[in-house]
Design a protein around this ligand. Structure first.
Ligand SMILES: *[C@@H]1O[C@H](CO)[C@@H](O)[C@H](O)[C@H]1NC(C)=O
Ligand SMILES: *[C@@H]1O[C@H](CO)[C@@H](O)[C@H](O)[C@H]1NC(C)=O
Ligand SMILES: *[C@@H]1O[C@H](CO)[C@@H](O)[C@H](O)[C@H]1NC(C)=O
Ligand SMILES: *[C@@H]1O[C@H](CO)[C@@H](O)[C@H](O)[C@H]1NC(C)=O
Ligand SMILES: *[C@@H]1O[C@H](CO)[C@@H](O)[C@H](O)[C@H]1NC(C)=O
Ligand SMILES: *[C@@H]1O[C@H](CO)[C@@H](O)[C@H](O)[C@H]1NC(C)=O
Ligand SMILES: *[C@@H]1O[C@H](CO)[C@@H](O)[C@H](O)[C@H]1NC(C)=O
Ligand SMILES: *[C@@H]1O[C@H](CO)[C@@H](O)[C@H](O)[C@H]1NC(C)=O
Ligand SMILES: CC(=O)N[C@H]1CO[C@H](CO)[C@@H](O)[C@@H]1O
Length: 560
């Protein structure tokens, strides 16, 4: 069903202007407590947190006015508030005009130092290693404020070992990276500046001022008449709109109404393009090899020698990374034991099962990997496009069915027939579920250019559908794939920076926390690995993700 709005210039405002401010103080207090409790409980599940007081920015001034993301209920609105607080990023410096690099963070001038072990002595497996990072600008002056986006990893190439570090922003130009020491031998610390804080200012302002910089199109056709118009979740209502807001999930979507055709005549959906609209010299803040994904050098040694576990000392798993690589294989911490599946044990594990995969191209990659990995699993030709799907694969011998379907708008794929545009929540409502059903969801990368509320809203509808599925069929296995790091060019950064992914990744984990779902931690699995970051991680990483996935599905096959 489709609604046409012809005269209306009304725009959706996210919350009543004054009501919001009246309760703001209370929300801040509640969320602060909630956040602190969360930090204690889940420790380093948050990759980045700051020691400052959480402040609330004045969102009503946001040019969010033409982005639509009305929460479904009061509870959803409250949860949204809390989620926004939990991902609050420190203030970042206002930009000089024109932008000059001089006072921005310079990875070449910045350094890190491995701090001596607390209480002295040598490093042992089970200890925590702390690294202090001090940022300097291009003129060699120490930075005084936080907000830089850093990543840290500890690794031993000869052992195929690696683990993600947890970062703390001290908000004074210094940062700590904390590592769990999980294997013996020589290990090397690597610290990377992904974006200087000044670049974060730009990324933030792009979201507030150009949330429609990625735009979409739909072809409308009736008889011999056809017309293409622009579509978006953030569409300035300068012309009459067609409102395609999903009546079941409430997820908003709009197109400009074609002049002579009805809103019902929409045939297909495509990514339209990208408007790059940087201010003078802002691109200087996003230079590969200069200040984007560049390593920071150690002021002393970047290596530590780790000795075997001290007798009687247990490895702490209450906080820290979700896992680590050893001999190229992912070992999860504090949850499951990961088994190495070959094609035969993978087929054995999936025997008699139905696997439904939903999401973006990172989930399509999983579908493709599975079809390639299982000898008897054959893709059935549904005559759909290679990018869009949907896809189906069958293994008659082992009675395995695997399906893939992409998520709904704002999917950036090309030429999706409107008949195939589906929301994951609605698809989940059409699944019976049960012991032999596995649901895999991965949705993140196409939401990066919009206010994060758009993403939160989508996750809330998916979460509710998963809740309903687990209520009717509690034995259904539900697996969520998180976001991962990727290679950054200027274009990739403005549309899909890891900084945008990080916010969404944190929100995703928070939304599904407490639900009976399993996470495949693609973020840490891409960070801890030695292969370069890539939107579609290379096969050795995907193989490890499948080992985690199959270990969740078939815990009985995991040798202890
Ligand atoms: C946080 O706020 C409290 C109360 O306003 C204040 O006493 C405290 O110093 C603040 N802490 C920081 C780190 O700003
Ligand atoms: C917050 O937004 C309101 C409404 O647009 C405005 O009146 C007020 O001055 C803003 N406050 C700040 C601190 O920016
Ligand atoms: C900082 O980096 C710039 C550019 O690489 C270099 O010219 C300068 O000497 C460095 N300053 C210090 C104090 O290291
Ligand atoms: C530091 O560790 C790396 C990686 O294990 C190794 O290649 C390098 O030789 C080590 N350097 C020193 C000085 O030990
Ligand atoms: C920044 O804050 C950290 C943590 O409070 C502290 O250890 C460090 O000395 C401070 N650095 C500077 C330059 O003040
Ligand atoms: C679009 O339709 C939805 C559902 O009918 C409605 O709630 C929403 O207010 C509409 N949006 C606009 C801008 O008219
Ligand atoms: C280590 O763990 C074992 C088993 O969980 C427990 O019995 C033991 O008391 C722990 N030892 C220490 C020193 O915490
Ligand atoms: C979708 O739109 C494109 C033009 O944007 C057109 O070439 C194509 O035929 C359309 N696909 C369908 C299924 O109508
Ligand atoms: C961040 C942001 O959107 N700021 C805007 C607040 O409103 C004033 C006046 O409308 C604009 O000039 C700012 O750009």
């Amino acid at each position: 069903m489709v609604v046409t709005i012809c005269k209306s210039r009304e725009v959706n405002v996210y919350l009543p202007k004054y009501g919001l401010f009246a309760f703001l103080a209370v929300f801040v207090l509640i969320s602060l407590l909630y956040y602190m409790k969360d930090q204690v409980k889940t420790g380093a599940k948050t990759h980045f947190f700051s020691t400052r007081n959480i402040s609330v920015s004045n969102k009503s001034n946001f040019s969010y006015s033409y982005c639509s993301f009305q929460p479904l209920s009061h509870e959803d609105a409250l949860e949204t508030r809390l989620l926004l607080e939990s991902i609050a990023w420190p203030e970042t410096p206002p930009l000089s005009v024109p932008v000059s690099l001089e006072q921005s963070s310079d990875p070449a001038n910045s350094t890190f130092t491995i701090l001596p072990k607390k209480g002295g002595g040598q490093w042992h497996v089970g200890d925590q290693l702390e690294v202090m990072i001090q940022m300097y600008d291009f003129q060699g002056r120490a930075k005084k404020l936080g907000g830089d986006f850093l990543l840290a990893r500890l690794h031993t190439p000869t052992l195929g070992a690696g683990v993600a570090g947890q970062l703390v922003d001290h908000l004074n130009g210094s940062y700590s990276a904390v590592f769990s020491l999980l294997w013996e031998g020589n290990a090397h610390v690597e610290v990377t500046l992904v974006h200087p804080s000044e670049a974060i200012t730009v990324l933030r302002s792009l979201t507030s001022n150009q949330p429609d910089r990625i735009y979409f199109q739909s072809l409308f056709r009736s008889g011999s008449v056809s017309q293409t118009t622009t579509c978006n979740v953030c569409l300035k209502p300068t012309q009459p709109l067609c409102n395609y807001t999903d009546l079941r999930t409430g997820d908003p979507w709009f197109c400009f109404k074609p002049k002579t055709l009805s809103c019902d005549a929409r045939i297909n959906h495509s990514k339209g393009g990208f408007n790059q609209n940087l201010k003078a010299k802002e691109d200087k803040l996003f230079q590969s090899g200069v200040n984007m994904k560049v390593s920071i050098q150690a002021s002393g040694s970047a290596n530590v020698t780790v000795l075997p576990t001290k007798k009687g000392k247990n490895r702490s798993v209450s906080s820290g990374p979700s896992g680590f690589y050893y001999q190229g294989a992912w070992r999860a911490l504090g949850g499951i034991t990961v088994h190495q599946f070959d094609s035969s044990s993978a087929s054995q594990c999936l025997k008699g099962k139905v696997v439904h995969m939903y999401g973006d191209s990172t989930i399509r990659q999983w579908f493709e990997y599975l079809v390639a990995a299982l000898p008897d699993l054959k893709e059935f030709n549904l005559h759909t496009s290679k990018q869009v799907g949907p896809f189906m694969a069958l293994d008659y011998t082992n009675n395995i069915l695997v399906t893939y379907r992409c998520h709904g708008p704002p999917i950036r794929f090309r030429e999706i027939p409107t008949s195939e545009l589906r929301y994951i929540a609605n698809e989940l409502d059409g699944i019976r579920g049960g012991t032999n059903t596995i649901v895999v969801v991965g949705i993140w990368s196409h939401f990066s250019t919009f206010p994060v509320e758009v993403y939160i809203r989508r996750l809330q509808s998916i979460k509710k559908a998963i809740g309903r599925l687990l209520d009717r069929s509690p034995n259904t296995v539900v697996i969520i794939r998180t976001a991962n790091l990727k290679a950054l060019t200027l274009y990739e950064t403005l549309t899909n920076s890891d900084w945008y992914s990080l916010q969404r990744d944190k929100v995703l984990r928070a939304v599904f926390r407490g639900l009976n779902v399993h996470l495949v931690d693609a973020w840490e699995m891409s960070l801890a690995h030695s292969l370069p970051h890539s939107l579609h991680p290379q096969p050795p990483i995907i193989k490890n993700m499948f080992d985690v996935l199959l270990s969740y599905i078939c815990p009985q096959m995991v040798k202890r």
